[in-house]
Design a protein around this ligand. Structure first.
Ligand code: ADP
Length: 214
């Protein structure tokens, strides 16, 4: 299955995508994770990407599209994938169509994660990540067993730089202006399914499985 996950930042796409990928045995392709990895490098490209992300802006389309084109051509993505965080604007969605066309395939399903605006800010404010194994926690809904340290390796959890207040607002603005039009894009093509993304991780995962027919 070839699936695109859509929704505002903090809707829980990443958490659900990695579980679904495991269940369906297809790769979870998250451009945000790929860019965070690149941004951690001490070189010119790393610095540039870091700057863009810290402001809550999008990485330029040309770079993002090339990265996805490369990733989707890898052998492990030939039988399906879950795209998380891409496409993020209409230009990227058009490019994705072209990339898949070249590979002789297409998207099966675009799933919209529905959350209330007021929940998003709380979700992003409570989010913590392990800097070593990248496990994502939430201090209210999915806290670590011991106060603010990772269950897997005992390392103190951190906040993502772009989860700090000012950047969050800009990310939401970018989402509203650039990503929202994708609902119409996939809706018009008959590929969009809306899913309530409120509730526990388990509840949402159950709904997601129903949406993909598992
Ligand atoms: P969230 O969905 O929580 O905002 P992501 O991890 O998906 O976070 O993305 C973090 C940042 O990475 C974005 O704010 C943006 O700067 C960059 N990024 C991720 N995916 C894309 C994309 N498809 N196009 C451009 N920039 C992207």
């Amino acid at each position: 299955m070839r699936i695109v996950l859509l929704g505002p930042p903090g809707a829980g796409k990443g958490t659900q995508a990695s579980r679904l990928a495991e269940r369906l045995e297809i790769p979870h392709i998250a451009t945000g994770d790929m860019f965070r990895e690149a941004a951690a490098e001490e070189n010119e490209a790393g610095r540039r990407i870091r700057k863009v992300m810290e402001c809550g802006e999008l990485v330029p389309d040309a770079l993002t599209n090339d990265l996805v084109r490369w990733r989707l051509a890898r052998p492990d993505a030939q039988d399906g994938f879950i795209l998380d965080g891409y496409p993020r604007n209409v230009e990227q969605a058009d490019t994705l169509d072209g990339i898949l066309d070249d590979l002789g395939t297409k998207i099966d399903l675009a799933i919209k994660f529905m959350v209330r605006g007021s929940d998003i800010v709380a979700r992003l404010a409570g989010r913590r990540v392990c800097p070593v194994c990248r496990t994502v926690y939430h201090m209210d809904t999915h806290p670590p067993k011991d106060d603010e340290v990772c269950d897997n390796d005992g390392v103190p959890l951190i906040r993502r730089d772009d989860d700090l207040e000012e950047t969050t607002l800009r990310r939401l603005e970018v989402y509203g202006q650039q990503t929202r039009p994708l609902y119409e894009f996939y809706g018009e093509r008959g590929l969009l399914t809306e899913m309530d993304a409120l509730g526990t991780t388990e509840e949402v995962f159950g709904r997601l499985l129903a949406v993909v027919g598992r």
